[in-house]
Design a protein around this ligand. Structure first.
Ligand code: TRP
Length: 461
């Protein structure tokens, strides 16, 4: 279709038609009323969409474990865009999540030509040093390198069996000329996203991946692959209630009671159904309609809100029976702040963003030179008002530097009415940003000794 949006995680150009993205890729909108103690990015609609976030919020409410995983490519200096992900990680951490962060050195090597040694140096100096300064809790954060965690790559292989080049072409636009290291990178990312739920890395629990919407293709791929491995699926029943079905695959045929000749081995199958109904009974259900020969189990009394609990217990059962028992990851998506020149933020274009290690003078120069939503003349500005929606100084206050919603709303209204001038808006942004950068630099010095403690054992040199 001509008006389809494409999302290319490696491209500098990014669609900002967020409503269309939600619709086309089947994202859910964030419902602010369900978010406990929302972050300013939630309150301001900047974190605008998610997949299966309820799973994570339920775990939080019930005091059950959940994790967050994200990753960053160590391919340049850390800037404000990268910080947004860490803000979200920190918010989840403050609400009880354990945190894993992938340093995507294999991806940077594959797609940006960096050596692994360069990646390591940049990751520690630019990224981890800032994570520490931004206040991630060293006790509950574990940072690893893709190249240093073989299970991540192995999962990429295991799950890679369930996809093919056509799917990669559809999701990523890969073609005959695509470098094969580049083809592997998404599978490594699948491994990143899935592995925290393995028993050695914390076990089955919801894992949420906070990212920019440019990363959604990886989430779609990962969720699809996880689902394809599941032995039991749960669907809505036409007459109401839910129906559990067996998904017979090459590697679970025997366990699910399918004999070599394709016939159903009823002894094995009945035992599987005993375990299934046992799980349901544990969840408090007593009414079901089992059809073992057919491989279906109907639960008329189950409602949509029972679904997640049932799914989790089926995944546990699958693991006990020898399957992977993989839960589809959850995700949240944030919108992108505009680059300071009006283009997209990019590490390779220093004037498009503020780096976390910028000094106050460079920041000030960039804000002063930044794209403004003001009118060409003072007279016109007073009469017509400015446009905060495209004004970099205002938007950077909104995304990064002004935590107080009331102050922000006042600045916005004042700018729109023409009462606040462009120079004043820039001044306000510079003042807030200067205080923030200065404090961050101090915190970096204070926390420098922690950098090594953030690294997982397999990431230490
Ligand atoms: N691809 C991401 C980027 O370009 C980095 C990344 C690697 C990642 N593994 C991940 C992000 C897992 C989220 C989850 O920045």
């Amino acid at each position: 279709m001509a008006d389809e949006v494409t999302i290319d995680p490696w491209s500098a150009a990014q669609s900002t038609d967020y409503s269309r993205i939600i619709e086309q890729f089947g994202l859910s909108r964030v419902d602010l009323s369900t978010i406990p103690d929302p972050h300013m990015h939630h309150r301001r609609g900047i974190i605008f969409a998610h997949r299966d976030l309820e799973l994570v919020l339920d775990a939080h409410r019930l005091g059950e474990p959940f994790g967050v995983l994200t990753g960053l490519m160590p391919s340049g200096r850390m800037h404000l865009g990268h910080k947004m992900v860490i803000d979200q990680v920190k918010w989840f951490q403050e609400h009880g999540a354990d945190v894993s962060i992938a340093i995507a050195d294999l991806e940077a090597h594959a797609t940006r030509g960096r050596t692994l040694a360069e990646c390591r140096r940049v990751a520690l100096e630019e990224y981890v040093a800032n994570y520490a300064a931004l206040g991630l809790d060293v006790e509950r954060t574990s940072i690893y390198f893709q190249s240093g965690r073989p299970i991540v790559q192995r999962l990429g292989f295991t799950l890679g069996r369930r996809t093919n080049l056509s799917e990669f072409e559809a999701i990523y636009g890969f073609g005959g000329e695509t470098n094969l290291a580049h083809v592997q990178a998404p599978l490594v990312q699948v491994g990143d996203i899935i592995h925290p739920q393995l028993d050695e890395y914390g076990g089955l629990r919801p894992i949420v991946v906070p990212v920019g919407v440019d990363q959604d293709p990886h989430l779609r791929l990962t969720r699809g692959l996880a689902r394809k491995t599941n032995w039991f699926n749960v669907n809505s029943r036409k007459e109401g209630g839910l129906v559990i079905g067996l998904s017979v695959q090459d590697d679970n045929r025997a366990a699910l009671g399918v004999a070599a000749d394709g016939s159903v081995d009823m002894t094995v199958r009945d035992a599987v159904f005993d375990r299934l109904t046992g799980s349901l009974a544990e969840l408090g259900f007593s009414d079901w309609d089992a059809n073992p020969a057919h491989g279906t189990l109907e639960v008329p009394g189950a409602t949509a809100s029972d679904r997640n609990g049932i799914r989790m217990s089926l995944l546990r059962l699958e693991r006990e029976s020898g399957g992977l028992g993989l839960l589809q990851p959850s995700s949240t998506y944030h919108q992108f702040a505009i680059g300071m020149t009006g283009d997209k933020m990019s590490s390779s274009e220093p004037d498009t963003t503020i780096f976390l290690t910028d000094d106050v003078e460079s920041m000030e120069r960039k804000v002063n030179a930044s794209f403004s939503g003001g009118q060409p003349t003072l007279e016109e500005h007073r009469r017509l008002g400015g446009n905060p929606d495209v004004d970099v100084a205002f938007q950077y206050l909104r995304y990064f530097f002004e935590p107080d919603d009331a102050v922000l709303a006042e600045a916005e209204a004042g700018y729109r009415s023409g009462e606040i001038l462009t120079g004043q808006m820039k001044r306000m942004c510079i003042d807030r940003a200067a205080a923030w950068l200065t404090e961050l630099a101090e915190r970096r010095d204070e926390t420098a000794h922690l950098v090594d403690d953030f690294l997982a054992p397999d990431a230490k040199s």
